[in-house]
Design a protein around this ligand. Structure first.
Ligand code: IMP
Ligand code: MG
Length: 182
C-alpha cells in the first residue's frame, strides 16, 4: 500500500513540521507500544529539536483484526509528564478508542499540552471522536501490516505498509505459519 520511499518522505515532512511547531521546547514523544516503535525511531531522527522518549502500552487486539472494545493500561510511562509538552506517537487510528483512552489518561496528569501524531488513519472506521493533530497517510478500511504494524505479532519488520490478504488471515488462524509476507 505504501512503499519505503513514500514512508521516508512523509516521516521526514512530519519531523520537520513538528520541529517548527515545537521550536524552543523539549517535548516528550510518547510511543504507544509496540506498533509505533519503528515510526518513532524514524520520526525522532527527522526532527531537528531535542526530544525525550517514553513508552506506554495498552491492551491490543491480540490475534483478532477488530477491536474488543475495552482498553486497559499494560505498561505505564516511566516519567512524570506534569507541565510537559506531550506528543503521542501512534501507528494507526481505527475506531479511535485507544487514542481517546490515552488522551484522557494523559490529560489527567496535567501536561502543558498534548498532541497526537498517527502514521496511518482509517477515518471511515471511527467510532469515537478523537482529534489527530498530525496524520501521515489517510488509508481506506483494510487491515495493514509492516513498518511496526503486526498481525498476531508478525510482519512488523516489513519496510513498507502492506494490506493483509484474506489468505494470510486464514493461514495464520490455522497456525501453519501463514503465507510469505510481502
Ligand atoms: P483503535 O483503538 O480501534 O483506534 O485501534 C488502534 C489500534 O489497533 C492500533 O494502535 C493498532 O495497534 C491496532 N490496529 C488497528 N488497525 C490495524 C491494522 O490495520 N493493522 C494493524 N494494527 C491495527
Ligand atoms: Mg497500536
Amino acid at each position: 500500500m505504501i512503499d519505503e520511499s513514500k514512508l521516508a518522505d512523509r516521516v521526514q515532512e512530519l519531523g520537520e513540521e513538528l520541529s517548527r511547531d515545537y521550536l524552543g521546547r523539549t517535548p516528550i514523544l510518547i510511543g504507544i507500544l509496540k506498533g509505533s516503535a519503528i515510526f518513532l525511531a524514524d520520526l525522532i531522527r527527522a526532527m531537528s529539536i531535542d526530544c525525550e522518549i517514553d513508552f506506554i502500552s495498552i491492551s491490543s487486539y491480540g490475534n483478532r483484526t477488530t477491536s474488543s472494545g475495552s482498553v486497559q493500561l499494560l505498561k505505564d510511562l516511566d516519567r512524570d509528564v506534569f507541565g510537559r509538552d506531550v506528543i503521542v506517537i501512534e501507528d494507526i487510528v481505527d475506531s479511535g478508542r485507544s487514542l481517546s483512552y490515552i488522551r484522557k489518561n494523559l490529560a489527567a496528569r496535567g501536561p502543558a499540552s498534548i498532541s497526537i501524531v498517527a502514521l496511518l488513519d482509517k477515518k471511515d472506521r471511527r467510532e469515537t471522536q478523537i482529534f489527530v493533530d498530525y496524520v501521515g497517510f489517510d488509508i481506506p478500511d483494510a487491515f495493514v501490516v509492516g513498518y511496526g504494524l503486526d498481525y498476531a505479532e508478525r510482519y512488523r519488520g516489513l519496510p513498507h505498509v502492506a494490506v493483509l490478504s484474506d489468505e494470510d488471515l486464514i493461514d495464520s488462524a490455522e497456525g501453519n505459519g501463514g503465507a510469505s509476507p510481502g
